[in-house]
Design a protein around this ligand. Structure first.
Ligand code: ASP
Length: 308
């Protein structure tokens, strides 16, 4: 029997896997635009188990499954409305819901949740965010968006800015970028919420040129991609620490005006004050097309998980 295909972290994807997913996502776009739905997964049921809030990830997975002809059951607030509230362990919940569906989409509030779930699950578990850990399906759609915009990753100069300590999307994205011959990664964050050392070691080990800066204005003119993120308020223990970094690294229109003409601005969303609404009118703002790419990529991924 094939090994169960869990998706827990970005490092597990090979370049071949990624290239195949990008091509499949292109095919899903054509499918959605021309036919709307198909029936590839009509025999499959997806269980959606979310312990933290979500707009895009949950709804795009559910839409993806619907457009592939499958069905789903969903707990959008498992903290309150699952037996978690009665003290049930994640492992017991997983071994329960695995009886109902063929794949589990899990968002958990603590790092390592997806790996814990994968250890006990007889059906594939897909990590839809595990606390401040990783969010590999977000980075799949981020990578897909970058590839659509530039055609390849070669030589690209990518700036990641915001809460690099607690932001799981930047962790997953950095791990995935490290698979390609990109130009450079610039990490812009206040020292108290900078990129974890383990990830920096990984970049170094994989020969990725990176630097850390505290000036978005200084690096933005040289970037092909500015990937902005919000402060992850929910992970700050001390409100004073949050206030000390709030409002730093706003991508103002003045900074955007210094960016290369062919550069792009991405954000996993939701945003707070880090990208003012006025920037939405700039042709470099690509965060809403990025959202749409998430649907195509999650369709491609679900098909791949089931070998379809
Ligand atoms: N939606 C993304 C996540 O779940 C980004 C964020 O919440 O800031 O990680």
């Amino acid at each position: 029997m094939d090994e169960i295909f869990h998706i827990t972290e970005s490092q597990q994807f090979s370049r071949n896997d990624l290239d195949e997913l990008f091509n499949q996502a292109d095919a899903m776009e054509t499918l959605v635009k021309h036919r709307g739905v198909t029936d590839t997964l009509k025999d499959k049921v997806m269980v959606v188990l979310f312990y933290q809030p979500s707009t895009r990830t949950r709804l795009s997975f559910e839409t993806a499954m619907s457009r592939l002809g499958g069905s789903y059951v969903s707990t959008e607030n498992a903290m309150e409305f699952s037996s978690h509230a009665k003290g049930e362990s994640l492992e017991d919940t997983i071994q329960t819901v695995a009886n109902y569906g063929d794949v589990i989409i899990l968002r958990y509030h603590k790092e390592g949740g997806a790996k814990r779930a994968a250890r006990v699950s007889p059906v594939p578990v897909i990590n839809a965010g595990d606390g401040p850990g990783q969010h590999p399906t977000q980075s799949l759609l981020d990578m897909y968006t970058i590839r659509r915009e530039f055609g390849s990753f070669e030589g690209l100069n990518i700036t990641l800015v915001g809460d690099l300590k607690n932001g799981r999307t930047v962790h997953s994205l950095a791990y995935m970028l490290a698979k390609y011959p990109i130009g450079k990664i610039c990490l812009v964050a206040p020292p108290s919420i900078s990129m974890p050392q383990g990830l920096l070691d990984y970049l170094e080990k994989h020969g990725i040129d990176y630097n850390q800066s505290d000036s978005l204005a200084a690096v933005a003119p040289h970037a092909d991609v500015v990937y902005s993120t919000r402060l992850q308020k929910e992970y700050f223990d001390d409100p004073r620490e949050f206030e000390a970094v709030q409002g730093k690294y706003v991508l103002s229109q003045d900074i955007v005006d210094t960016m290369r003409e062919k550069s792009i601005i991405l954000h996993p969303l939701p945003r707070n004050e880090e990208i003012p609404y006025v920037v939405d009118h700039d042709p470099r703002a690509r965060y809403f097309p990025q959202v749409r790419n998430g649907l195509y990529m999650r369709m491609a991924l679900l098909n791949k998980v089931f070998g379809r």
